[in-house]
Design a protein around this ligand. Structure first.
Ligand code: MN
Ligand code: MN
Length: 471
């Protein structure tokens, strides 16, 4: 007869323990996780747009000796290069000891986050108030954006070739901007339906002091333009050649008495972008070339010059080949893709106790339980997604075993099968033949002005990404 004690052993062997990082880690690792989060918060506060993220990424890479690929004549093992795509995406590589033909290892993440873009003709006056009209970018819940403090980040390109970069609303002494909302007294949800916030309601309040001239029709609007011209040289028509975003002005902050989590704007996906670049810059040169790629436009489908679909990726691989003294043509590149391994480092959803009904709780990620793998994303019936092969997932599980502090949770498909879904850049790399799977950090409030992540998951991802690069 088998004793009860043996079943406990058997359970441990066959099922294992489901414990959070906080339960599994010793004090030393916990301290490392907290210290790592401090660096992350500093990065987040500096990188609130794609363009700002690229600037920060290049700065971090240059500090580690990376050179612009346009400035190098040839490449050999251990060389470090980067390439900027239209100021909004970034590719970095450390050349491996073996030929590029052996394939590369890549972490790819996106540096765009949901926000509000100013429209082409944004400025108007109504009821003696000036506003900017916006067009939301990415999947937002519109009601979350009124009544929060917003900052403007952007670039205005003048027709004389001058480029003006500005940020207003981040310093404590700066003014901020806000989208107004209706008071509850006039928005009763009991007898009449609540007034829904629509895209055209997302208008930023800018000012209320008119210019002093009775003959001018829109006096407050002119006063705003006068301010913009005096301070930045911007005229009304210049908004047509501008990219200005409204983003939450909040700084990244510790959340909770135990400070175990971070609340911030733009965790999706700058959290994985940051962890990926940190792992990339701190790993050792290995046999295969290592790539860290930051792309744009993921939140709106990855189309365009700077998204994951763009051929800039092929151009970068081709440049690496040629500078390494190898032939570069489409069939070579396709063969390389076939031998390459990648991780789409993107965020996922953590089970929120208030909304458990949207999850299959047996296949869901928890906050603090480590880096989360999504074998596939997409929606009902596995539409619009790639799926990592069993062989590739097994390989990654093998890599995890090397460091006992790597804690990982496995799931797929974002919530209940018929509930909803989502996509990432993974499928665009899988379409090219690259082995890829999504592995990132579970969040609360994804796509809200402020999102929440666990410092444990952040650090667990870092430990794993570093091991991944070594192959
Ligand atoms: Mn994302
Ligand atoms: Mn997203």
């Amino acid at each position: 007869m088998t004793k009860k004690q043996d079943y406990q052993k058997l359970e441990k062997k066959l099922i294992g323990e489901k414990k959070s990082c906080w339960e599994l880690w010793d004090e030393k690792i916990k301290k490392e996780a907290f210290d790592f989060a401090e660096k992350y918060k500093i990065f987040l506060d500096k990188a609130k747009t794609e363009r700002e993220s690229v600037l920060e990424g290049v700065k971090m890479a240059k500090e580690k000796g990376f050179k612009d690929i346009g400035a190098v004549k040839s490449l050999k093992a251990g060389d470090k290069v980067f390439a900027i795509n239209k100021n909004k995406a970034l590719m970095m590589a450390v050349i491996g000891k073996k030929s590029m033909k052996e394939g590369f290892r890549m972490l790819m993440s996106h540096i765009d986050s949901p926000h509000l873009d100013l429209k082409i003709s944004p400025l108007y006056e109504e009821e003696s108030l000036a506003f900017f009209k916006t067009h939301y970018y990415g999947g937002i819940k519109k009601y979350q954006w009124p009544t929060i403090t917003l900052a403007l980040h952007g670039v205005v390109c003048l027709d004389d070739g001058k480029e003006i970069n500005f940020v207003i609303g981040e310093k404590d002494t700066d003014p901020i901007f806000m989208i107004t909302d209706l008071l509850p007294h006039l928005d009763r949800g009991v007898l009449t339906p609540k007034r829904e916030v629509l895209g055209e309601d997302l208008n930023l309040l800018l000012g209320s002091i008119p210019v002093n001239d009775k003959k001018i029709k829109e006096k407050v609007k002119l006063a705003v333009l006068e301010y913009l011209f005096n301070n930045y040289g911007i005229k009304q028509g210049d908004f047509a050649s501008a990219e200005i975003q409204a983003v939450p002005s909040n700084k990244a902050r510790d959340l909770g008495f135990d400070r175990s989590m971070v609340s911030a704007y733009g965790h999706d996906d700058r959290i994985c972008s940051f962890v990926a670049i940190e792992a990339f810059l701190n790993t050792k040169v290995s046999n295969q070339t290592q790539i860290c790629a930051w792309v744009d436009r993921e939140e709106i489908g990855s189309d365009g010059q700077t998204g994951a679909i763009s051929l800039f990726f092929e151009k970068f691989i081709s440049n690496l080949l040629e500078l390494g003294g190898e032939k570069s043509n489409m069939s070579e590149i396709i063969n390389i893709f076939d031998k390459s391994k990648a991780i789409s480092t993107d965020v996922t959803v953590a089970v929120d106790p208030d909304y458990k009904e949207v999850h299959d709780l047996r296949n869901a990620h928890r906050m603090g339980y480590g880096i989360a793998m999504e074998k596939y994303t997409g929606s009902g019936g596995k539409y619009s997604t790639s799926e990592a092969s069993a062989e590739y997932v097994a390989e990654l599980r093998g890599i995890m075993k090397r460091n006992k502090n790597i804690v990982c949770q496995f799931s797929a498909g974002l919530g209940k099968v018929d509930q909803g879904g989502g996509g990432t850049i993974a499928k665009f790399m899988a379409n090219r033949g690259i082995d890829i799977v999504d592995m990132g950090i579970p969040l609360f409030n994804m796509h809200a002005p402020l999102e929440i992540a666990s410092k444990a998951d952040l650090y667990s991802a870092y430990l794993f990404y570093k091991e991944f690069y070594l192959g």
